[in-house]
Design a protein. Structure first.
Length: 248
C-alpha cells in the first residue's frame, strides 16, 4: 500500500481506480524542456490581464464579500494568505485560453497533499491541481496538474520548488439545456510546455473523495485560486476568451 490516498472511495467511472487511489500508477517523472523562464511570458495584445503584479483589482474573496486579501509580494506576484479563503476573478469566462504562472514555496514543508497545495478552479468549479510534486509522490489523481479526483497528469513535469512554473490551459465549458447536460467540459493542460491532458472530458465539478457529477450552471464562471493553507505564489495571469471562426 502506498502511504497516501484512499481505497474507501467510489470507483471512478471508466477506470478501475478509486477516487484518490494511492495504488493508481504514479505519473512518469520527466524534466521540462528548459529551465523555467525567469521573466514572465508577456500576454498577447488581445489578452485580458487578470494579474500583472501591481494590484488585486481584478479579484475578490470567495469567503467574505469584498476584495481579495492575499499578499502582494515584491517582484510582482501574489501569495496565498492562509485561512483567507479562495479568491476569484470578478470577470467570468466560458471557453478560454488561460495562462497562469505559479511557484511552490522554496522552503519545503510537509509531504503528499500538504506540500505547496493550491489549485486553479476553472469556472470556480473544476480544479486543476497546484501542488509541489518535485520529489513528492501523492495519490496520482491529486498530482500537480491533475484534474483533481478524476485524471492524473500524463506525466509529472514539476520543476524544483521556489521557481516559476507555467500552466497553459484550454478550456471548453460544459453546455446545458435547462437542467440537462448537452456537452461536457473538456480541458487541455500544458505544464512547463508539456501536455498533461489532451482535450480530456471532465466527469463533472471537482469533488473530494466523491464522484463528480454535473449540475447545471451558468455558461460563464470566474477563474478561482485555492487557499489550501500553503504560501503558494502566482503571477502573470491572463486569459483569452476563445471565439468561433469568423467571429470578430
Ligand atoms: Mg488543491
Amino acid at each position: 500500500m502506498a502511504g497516501f490516498g484512499y481505497q474507501d472511495t467510489p470507483i471512478i467511472p471508466g477506470s478501475k481506480w478509486h477516487v484518490h487511489d494511492g495504488e493508481r500508477p504514479q505519473p512518469r517523472i520527466i524534466s521540462p524542456t528548459s529551465l523555467p523562464r525567469i521573466a514572465p511570458v508577456a500576454p498577447p495584445s488581445d489578452a485580458t490581464v487578470l494579474f500583472e503584479g501591481r494590484n488585486l483589482d481584478e479579484w475578490e474573496s470567495c469567503k467574505t464579500p469584498g476584495p481579495a486579501t492575499w499578499k502582494l509580494v515584491d517582484g510582482g506576484c501574489m501569495e496565498v494568505v492562509r485561512k483567507t479563503g479562495n479568491i476569484r476573478t470578478k470577470k467570468k469566462f466560458g471557453d478560454a485560453q488561460f495562462h497562469i504562472e505559479w511557484a511552490a514555496p522554496a522552503e519545503v514543508v510537509g509531504d503528499s497533499q500538504g506540500r505547496g497545495n493550491s489549485g486553479v478552479f476553472l469556472m470556480g468549479l473544476y480544479e486543476i491541481q497546484v501542488l509541489d510534486c518535485f520529489n513528492n509522490p501523492t495519490y496520482p489523481d491529486g498530482t500537480t496538474g491533475a484534474i483533481y479526483g478524476q485524471y492524473p497528469p500524463l506525466v509529472n513535469v514539476c520543476s524544483p520548488p521556489g521557481g516559476w512554473q507555467i500552466y497553459d490551459i484550454l478550456w471548453k465549458a460544459p453546455r446545458f439545456d435547462g437542467g440537462k447536460l448537452v456537452s461536457p467540459a473538456y480541458v487541455t493542460v500544458m505544464h512547463n510546455g508539456v501536455v498533461l491532458h489532451h482535450h480530456q472530458e471532465l466527469q463533472g465539478p471537482t469533488k473530494h473523495k466523491l464522484l463528480a457529477q454535473y449540475e447545471p450552471h451558468e455558461a460563464v464562471g470566474p477563474l478561482e485560486l485555492q487557499d489550501h493553507g500553503d504560501p503558494v505564489r502566482f503571477r502573470n495571469i491572463w486569459v483569452r476568451p476563445i471565439k468561433q471562426y469568423d467571429q470578430p
